[in-house]
Ligand binder design. Sequence first.
Ligand SMILES: Nc1ncnc2c1ncn2[C@@H]1O[C@H](COP(=O)(O)OP(=O)(O)OP(=O)(O)O)[C@@H](O)[C@H]1O
Ligand SMILES: [Mg+2]
Length: 328
Amino acid sequence: MNAPNPIVNAPRVVTVALNPALDQTIEVAGLQPGAVNRALRMQIDVGGKAVNVASCLSDFGVPVAVAGQLGRDNAVLFEELFQRKNIANHCCYLDGLTRINTKLADTVSGETTDLNMPGTEFSPEAAADLLNQILERLERLAEHVEWVVLSGSLPPGMPVNAYAAITERMQAAGASVLLDTSGAPLKAALASGPRMIKPNRHELAELLGRPLDSLALLVAAGRELLHSSPAPAWVVVSLGSEGALFLTREQALHAHPLKVAVISTVGAGDAMVAGLVAARLEDLSLAETAQLATAFSATKLTRLGPHLPCPAEVRALAEQVVVTPVDA
Ligand SMILES: Nc1ncnc2c1ncn2[C@@H]1O[C@H](COP(=O)(O)OP(=O)(O)OP(=O)(O)O)[C@@H](O)[C@H]1O
Ligand SMILES: [Mg+2]
């Protein structure tokens, strides 16, 4: 583990990497399934949603830590990123490899085919032990941390209420939780009242068990969550190339996407999560939050890996994001 940062650099945000991954991107011109394909290029990026969020926040100048688990055998790639970006490493080291996810990027069609590994299978004892260790590390960070980001899937064997347990403990300690997950872990953690959630359209439809085929239905669904108990204070629904909805009890805004040359859509949602946290740390209005979070995503779309350009470039793009009110 890294030496603790001096107080001036104490992390204001911690992201929790329960199921981190390495992203291996292989570029192919015209992928042909079942045939021998000649690859053009290969790149390995440290990834997994929590690490992506931390990496984007760090590029924006936010002091950030990652807590979670890493496989000892390929931890060096994560350590190199953490060191380069000055991300405080509070991860537990486990035997074996961190999982590797492969992305086949077709340079002709522009489509990406993902082959995602599930991650290490935990026994009930190992899962409970890891969760306890992570909770201890998070509680030690809670003195300075304002936001805790819980994003991504849970590894096999991890109890479905793992995010719920972290949400409860960290919000009791005074931090706010931003939750970005899906399925059963999302449903379970909502009952612990995370301050903000960022489902995409499909994750929200799955949560509520009904199709959400229009903006009006999406806004109504978000409002339903904002009036549930316990309720998040912010619901952000990302809509891919259609932008995103930013909802509070008082306001519903649609941030239109920026027109950028898309290199990879991988991690656009993670960049948006990072932008949401950055906006909360600056106490921005909902419209400014929508603009900044959309700019984070847009800059991410133009490059591979979880990296942003300099903050001034992101802020300049944010000013170009068009935000309109929506009526349900
Ligand atoms: N093709 C695109 N063109 C323009 N903007 C996009 C595009 N795809 C994504 N975005 C931007 O990125 C934001 C987040 O993307 P998206 O809704 O795909 O997140 P997601 O489904 O959570 O993705 P992931 O979890 O895979 O990172 C969108 O709200 C939008 O602003
Ligand atoms: Mg997502």
